[in-house]
Write a protein that binds this ligand. Structure first.
Ligand code: PBG
Length: 325
């Protein structure tokens, strides 16, 4: 049947009905809030390029997480900024490493909070690359050893999930093997599978103090022009034991999220990264866009594309809007 019998606007006249036929419903359950932990006490450094986000010492992180949990956001993703860095990032594996301390404190104070630990070396190496440098480039297989050690140490501290973001080949398999060998068979791996060499990470690198001191990450992160390769990356991570696969960034890669969701039947996460967050904040600050409205529209588009989990600095703000606070 065509017009005038078919009138698609019929479903749009009434607000109750519009709500009933809404296909994509965002909820605070979808969100993960990324956080940055630093050493010290009472530290709450505002990150200039990421309005409303802070580098937090463990005590302040605990307070922040109480607010986050109260908003309905029940999961956080932790990044550590250690007091000292080294050549191969092995400070990340220390029993009393910064994230390890944070996890223990959080588990003591807010046991219900779901803690995802990012696993990567870039915040821990003096050169800012995601692994050990040999002959001027990140050496894949050497890096696997430190990554797996870091993962085991974070699980030992009490992390609920491990999320490797380094993009080394074989890291999911190696991390799975070492977690299992150490008795952490129940800890899932959320792999940053299709992680692109993106300009959108700029503000994060200020926040995490992890910008590479030379070169770039093009030899390990993906070329933004490729999506068949994303499918290969995801396939490989699944074969190695990933429980959840991630596409990162989100907004310029909605097609990749959509493809991954359609080709594989496991949960897909999308990382709405720092640059995406900060662009919105900057435009809203100038009054050029309606910030909260555009935020919800963006998060909805990421879910509509196929993401089951959305990692976003907007998590609390969005949860408050969705919960009518
Ligand atoms: C570390 C890592 C990065 C991000 C998450 N994990 C930065 C990078 O790869 O340089 C970026 C997150 C964001 O921009 O919000 N490997």
């Amino acid at each position: 049947m065509t017009f005038p019998v078919t009138r698609l606007r019929r479903l749009r006249y009434n607000g109750v009905l519009r709500q009933m036929v809404t296909e994509t419903k965002l909820s605070a359950d979808d969100f993960v809030m990324p956080l940055f932990v630093v050493s010290g006490t009472k530290v709450r450094n505002h990150i200039n390029s990421m309005p409303g986000n802070y580098q937090l010492s463990v005590d302040m992180l605990v307070e922040e997480c109480k607010t986050i949990y109260a908003s309905g956001v029940k999961a956080v993703l932790l990044f550590g900024i250690p007091a000292h860095k080294d050549e191969d990032g092995s400070v990340a594996c220390e029993h009393n490493g910064i994230v390890q301390q944070a996890i223990r404190a959080l588990k003591k104070e807010i046991n219900e909070l779901y803690i995802i630990a990012d696993v990567c070396n870039c915040e821990y190496t003096t050169h800012g690359h995601c692994g050990t440098i040999i002959d001027g480039d990140v050496d894949n297989d050497t890096t696997l050893v430190t990554l797996a050690k870091q993962a085991v140490s974070l699980a030992e501290a009490g992390a609920d999930m491990i999320a490797p973001s380094d993009m080394m080949d074989g890291r999911v398999g190696e991390i799975r093997k070492q977690l299992d060998a150490n008795g952490y068979t129940k800890i899932p791996i959320m792999a940053y599978s299709a992680k692109y060499a993106s300009g959108f990470y700029g503000p994060f690198r200020e926040a995490a103090e992890s910008a590479p001191k030379f070169g770039n990450r093009a030899t390990y992160q993906m070329n933004p022009a490729n999506s068949n390769e994303a499918i290969r990356e995801v396939e490989q991570d699944i074969l190695e034991g990933a429980d959840i696969v991630m596409v990162k960034p989100a907004l310029s890669y909605l097609d990749v999220i959509y493809r991954v969701k359609n080709e594989f039947n496991l949960p897909v996460a999308a990382y709405n990264v720092s640059g995406e967050f900060s662009m919105l904040k900057a435009a809203a600050e100038k009054g050029w866009i309606d910030g909260p409205r555009v935020m919800i529209e963006i998060l909805t588009s990421i879910k509509r594309a196929g993401a089951d989990i959305i990692i976003t600095y907007h998590a609390v703000e969005a949860a408050n809007i969705l919960n009518g606070k």
